[in-house]
Design a protein around this ligand. Structure first.
Ligand code: FAD
Length: 369
């Protein structure tokens, strides 16, 4: 069994790390303070094709559709410097662009995927509602058929990229199957009458990422915008969340790595009792635990990606990776703030933001369909 990265994957890590440190890291604090992503970074991300890295080149992507480890490395390196860009790209690529490629018709790919893959249009995946969180089967947004259109009514909440997206995947109820709801996924162009963006959430962490309520008031969607078949929303939703969990695991892994690096750096600079605090066993134990958690998260994330690329059922592996990586980020951020002492709570040190950002990973994609 070979755990080493190949030369291409090593190069992708090097290039993405340099990109993230040059363009994203310098504006991360300011973006967090302003609760807004930096428009210059958007343009740079487009130039690097990072909005479509997991999509084939023929649809305007970066061609990593069968190299999920490389795609995970890109998401990890972006998440390492700014979790807000981590969640923005992992949702855009993982649960919007990828499903359009995986389940879309050729017409849908030509009409929607190319613009999403090139970053000309930002994507969002809209499942959660006020009464449908972990219990995603509780979806109440309805889609009524009228001629060759469906009329969507209801609202979605907590949609990442919601306020900036132009292409949405919307999970709606299209009927009842016994005691269960029949769910269907619709591709919605936000430039449709009756659609509007509601509240933009003011969040604890990942503040620069846009998380919004979306309102559908008699929004007419052509029948040909159904992703997959009518009534397959459950089945497709499961598969979309499986792939999404790899991307969330990757961004949390990046954040956990950032917490570890910041802690090692600070512990080797800060002196108390006449010596570097890194010399104290209590600090060394924390860093040993963080290192082990990061390595476990990396191995599980890459394994899930490798299983996907080798045609295996990777759902369970992706869930384990997401659980371990999101907990590694949260525990790592907690330890990082602790190692920084009072400075850990000060905005002058990035661990303060890492601590707030880390909580997001423990909420995302926990929906059970
Ligand atoms: C920053 C952020 C971005 C998000 N982005 C998106 C997005 O892009 N698209 C989208 O559709 N959604 C998104 N979400 C929503 C996210 O998927 C939901 O928050 C998540 O599914 C949990 O639902 P809830 O918040 O309603 O919590 P609830 O379902 O109300 O859960 C509350 C608590 O109860 C626990 N719980 C619930 N059911 C059980 C059970 N059966 N057994 C044990 N414990 C249980 C939960 O674990 C949780 O701790 C986002 C959320 C956040 C915070």
């Amino acid at each position: 069994m070979d755990f080493s990265l190949n030369e291409k994957q090593k190069m992708i890590r090097k290039i993405t790390r340099e990109f993230a440190e040059e363009y994203i890291a310098p504006v991360a604090e300011e973006s967090d303070q302003n609760s807004e992503l930096n428009p210059i970074v958007f343009e740079k991300m487009k130039e690097m094709n990072y909005f479509g890295s997991c999509i084939p080149e023929e649809y305007g992507g970066g061609g990593l559709h069968n190299d999920t480890i490389s795609f995970a490395i890109i998401t990890e390196e972006i998440g390492r410097v700014d979790a807000s860009w981590g969640i923005t790209t992992s949702v855009h690529c993982g649960v919007c662009a990828y499903p359009l490629y995986r389940f879309g018709t050729e017409d849908q790919k030509q009409k929607f995927l190319i613009d999403v893959a090139k970053g000309n249009k930002i994507g969002a995946f809209c499942l959660t509602e006020a009464n449908a969180g972990s219990d995603a089967g509780g979806v109440q947004l309805t889609a009524e058929k009228e001629g060759d259109e469906y009329i969507l009514n209801g609202s979605k909440i907590f949609a990442t990229n919601g306020g900036i997206a132009e292409t949405l995947l919307v999970v709606a109820k299209t009927g009842e199957k016994g005691s269960r709801k029949e769910l269907t996924i619709f591709i919605v162009d936000t430039n449709t009458p009756g659609y509007s963006v509601g509240v933009k959430e003011d969040k604890l962490g990942v503040r620069a990422s846009n998380t919004s309520e979306l309102v559908f008031d008699n929004v007419r969607v052509p029948e040909e915008n159904i992703l997959g078949q009518k009534g397959t929303g459950f089945k497709l939703g499961l598969q979309i969340l499986d792939y999404g969990r790899i991307t969330i695991a990757a961004q949390c892994l990046g954040l956990a790595q950032a917490c570890l690096e910041a802690s090692i750096k600070y512990a080797n600079e800060r002196e108390q009792f006449g010596q570097k605090i890194a010399r104290f066993q209590g600090i060394q134990w924390k860093i040993a635990d963080m290192t082990t958690a990061v390595e476990s998260a990396r191995l599980l994330t890459y394994k899930a990606a490798w299983m996907r690329d080798n045609g295996m059922d990777y759902g369970l592996a992706a869930s384990m990776a997401k659980l371990v990586a999101s907990e590694a980020a949260m525990k790592g951020a907690h330890q990082a703030v602790q190692i920084h002492g009072g400075y850990g709570l000060m905005k002058a040190y990035p661990v303060e933001r890492y601590f707030r950002d880390a909580k997001m990973g423990e909420y995302l994609a926990i929906s059970a369909i």
